[in-house]
Design a protein around this ligand. Structure first.
Ligand code: NAD
Length: 248
């Protein structure tokens, strides 16, 4: 039993692949290309689904590389029109609401971000199926799993394509609104190009005092990362969720 447990499909500490992964990808791709952004360059959803599967199927789920996702990302790069990008960290729902109201775009509003949001996937060497029983957990098993590497490479490409003024929505109800270990802190902020301007919005829960501000140490750390890349920075704080959605 011990041996089966540690060599079998159940050995990872994270939840398994989403049931019907391929079907969901195909359906989301059809919806996105036909209904959500019908104006976008016509994309071949079957090719996208196949490229997604080939990136990880039959491979060691702890040996993902950025290169594994090259052909997928080249079919649908996560680029958006200048000045429309919204980054977020610990504010997913709020950032999406904000982007929707202002007609701006988060990573989850690009095709690949939309396809993969909330899904899980991993394969198994010697098998052409997804492992639905378990997938590596990024803390307990390995950082180089296919889910983490996917979001890292997609976030990197999204940030690299930013131009003019872009925004990040940060959680002012946390002691450190900027977390240098988050995807925004590790991958997106350090990949903004020189001359881009980043506007940070620190938004706290309505009815509570804020726990961090633009003059706090976490935001000073963000500022120093951006200074090193010649990225311009502006910061707005002390906004409740309601104030932010209404007047920003
Ligand atoms: P966050 O800390 O709120 O994390 C967002 C989600 O990603 C959480 O579910 C978290 O558990 C997961 N996550 C973070 N790092 C991970 C890793 N190494 N491996 C697996 N899961 C991980 O915010 P964040 O980390 O700053 O990420 C948000 C930013 O990065 C956004 O600007 C977005 O563009 C991009 N992103 C999006 C997603 C997504 O699921 N849609 C995931 C990661 C990154």
């Amino acid at each position: 039993i011990y041996k089966w447990h540690y060599s079998g499909l159940n050995r990872w500490h994270g939840a398994g692949s989403t049931a019907d992964f391929q079907k969901i990808i195909q359906e989301r791709c059809d919806t996105y290309t036909q209904t959500i952004r019908p104006g976008s360059r016509s994309r071949n959803c079957q090719a996208i689904r196949q490229a997604f599967m080939s990136a990880f199927i039959s491979k060691d789920p702890c040996k993902a590389t950025k290169e594994d996702y090259n052909s997928l990302i080249n079919l649908a790069p996560p680029t958006v029109p200048c000045g429309q990008q919204v980054f977020w960290s610990k504010t997913k729902e709020l950032a999406h609401e904000y982007a929707k109201r202002r007609r701006l775009m988060t990573l989850e509003d690009t095709l690949l971000g939309y396809l993969a949001d909330g899904l899980r996937w991993c394969g198994e060497p010697g098998s052409s199926d997804l492992n639905i029983w378990s997938c590596p957990d990024w803390r307990k098993d390995c950082r180089t799993n296919y889910l983490s590497v996917f979001w890292e490479v997609l976030s990197e490409r999204f940030a690299e394509s930013a131009c003019n003024t872009v925004r990040v929505v940060l959680n002012g109800s946390l002691e450190n609104a900027f977390d240098s270990m988050s995807t925004f802190g590790r991958v997106e902020a350090p990949n903004l190009r020189p001359q881009v301007e980043l506007e940070a919005w620190l938004v706290h829960d309505t009815g509570k005092p804020p726990s961090d501000s633009c003059s706090g140490s976490s935001i000073r750390k963000l500022k120093s990362i951006l200074d090193g890349r010649n990225v311009k920075f502006r910061c707005m704080d002390n906004l409740s969720r309601d104030q932010f959605l209404q007047r920003s």
